[in-house]
Design a protein around this ligand. Structure first.
Ligand SMILES: [Zn+2]
Length: 465
């Protein structure tokens, strides 16, 4: 059994397709989103035959020795992208992919009642194959919208481990890159945790054609007791893993939630590996301590808006040195996983509160949802910006389809005028995985039908049909 698992985990998604030849993408407006880099009006991106970025810069690349070397090899190709915008794929720092099958649920609820409508109503009815089908549904959906790397904060629902692990396996069968946040629920024994984590750890071998980028811990001890929480944090540190915890999300419980801060400190959870999902209502002391420890938060504007959770003071966080990433959260609380809408809505919300247009600018939110999120997840060596050596994970955005008019300012145009409908192509590791809104080589209709049938069955079991 274990051998079979390892064999599956070791399979790169590119293993079944021929390696691409080096390709020069040129003529596009290029946003590398590397630190402090400005958009390049007419740039080139050279993708090597190894699926990594070999060169990037202004002009047509003719003067670049890397381009000359690539040209000399057989199969070299040129893609003319005049009028298009090339940018890194978005990174979602907080998601629950299985929720993709539950969009629109609990429309009038805030977090607590929403959890009742979703987790506590349907969680007990998950059976074999459900987590896997729903996770794939969510991963393909994010991919179509331009999210090339996601942090999948997995759930368990007290069912069995094989069903739970379908979330991990399903993602390796889709091209979208992921960091898997391992939940320990039901795995009370430290030895069991280690036994289950080790083979998963062994599967973490980031490469251009492999979806799995890393593991993390979804720590639930903050809800289930300080001893468990301390063990979770200790385990994460032992394995060198990051940790993510939902914290300070609903406005209604913010006073009690802030009172839990000493528990984080007692467990050793305020450290550089920690990212707080949401972190909307900290007080000044907590903010200062989190920033000083190098901890991070993941901002999920669409989800926070949908659930009426609140608007974190992002500009203040950045000024105070807190690391900030962005996420599209699960599709049952940010029902369209459109990262363009996520950055636009977030930026507008901050401006609504400020009553002016100072503060964050379009290029800043684009960088937050790409490179900065990759940094929070500890995967910036591989993804998050278009820099030499990183995996060639990028979007070709076509502002003309659907038509959005002339482009005055590329970053502003992406954030204010474009949506994921303008994503013409998505590349992962140099391989085209999405074209015109369709994931290539994927039978979307069959998956939709499977998911619909599973949901109908689940509704019957829950007495909702
Ligand atoms: Zn969440």
């Amino acid at each position: 059994m274990r051998f079979r698992q390892l064999a599956v985990w070791a399979l790169g998604f590119g293993a079944t397709t021929a390696a691409a030849a080096a390709t020069l993408y040129r003529g596009a407006t290029l946003l590398t989103l590397a630190a402090a880099a400005a958009p390049i009006p007419d740039g080139y991106l050279l993708v090597g035959d190894d699926g990594r970025i070999a060169a990037a810069g202004a002009g047509n690349g003719e003067a670049d020795p890397a381009v000359a070397a690539a040209k000399a090899k057989p199969g070299f190709a040129v893609a003319e992208l005049k009028g298009r915008i090339v940018m890194p794929g978005f990174v979602s720092g907080h998601s629950h992919l299985w929720q993709s099958a539950f969009r629109g649920i609990g429309p009038a609820t805030e977090l607590k009642a929403w959890l009742q409508a979703l987790h506590y109503t349907y969680g007990a009815h998950f059976g074999a194959g459900d987590f896997g089908a729903f996770t794939k549904h969510g991963a393909y959906d994010q991919l179509r919208h331009g999210v090339t790397t996601t942090y999948n904060h997995s759930h368990w629902f007290g069912r069995n481990f094989a069903w739970y692990r379908e979330q991990f396996e399903a993602e390796q069968e889709t091209p979208q890159r992921f960091v898997f946040a391992w939940v320990n629920e039901g795995q009370a024994d430290d030895a069991v945790w280690r036994e289950r984590l080790r083979p998963a750890m062994a599967a973490v071998q980031p490469a251009p054609d492999r979806a799995l980028l890393g593991l993390s811990i979804n720590a639930t001890g903050i809800y289930r007791g300080p001893a468990l929480f301390a063990r979770e944090i200790a385990l994460a540190k032992e394995f060198g893993l990051t940790v993510q915890v939902h914290y300070l999300e609903p406005a209604a419980s913010q006073v009690e939630d802030r009172a839990a801060w000493p528990k984080f400190k007692a467990a050793g959870a305020v450290f550089r590996g920690m990212s707080f999902a949401h972190f909307i209502h900290p007080d000044d002391v907590m903010l200062g301590e989190a920033a000083a420890a190098g901890a991070a938060m993941i901002w999920n504007p669409l989800s926070n808006g949908r659930l009426g959770s609140g608007l974190p003071p992002i500009e203040r966080y950045l000024e105070d040195g807190l690391r900030v990433g962005m996420g599209v959260d699960g599709q049952a609380s940010a029902d369209i996983s459109d990262p363009f809408e996520n950055v636009r809505f977030g930026l507008y919300a901050l401006r609504l509160r400020r009553e002016n247009s100072g503060g964050l600018q379009p290029i800043d939110v684009l960088r937050l949802h790409t490179l900065k999120t990759a940094e929070v997840l500890g995967v910036e060596r591989w993804v998050g910006s278009l820099e030499v050596g990183k995996f060639a994970d990028f979007l070709v955005v076509d502002p003309a389809e659907p038509a959005t008019g002339p482009v005055w300012d590329p970053a502003a145009h992406l954030v204010f005028a474009c949506s994921s409908r303008n994503v013409a192509e998505v590349y992962i590791g140099g391989r085209k995985v999405v074209a015109a809104g369709k994931v290539l080589g994927h039978d979307a209709a069959a998956l939709e039908a499977d998911v619909a049938a599973r949901i109908a069955g689940m509704k019957r079991k829950a007495g909702k049909l």
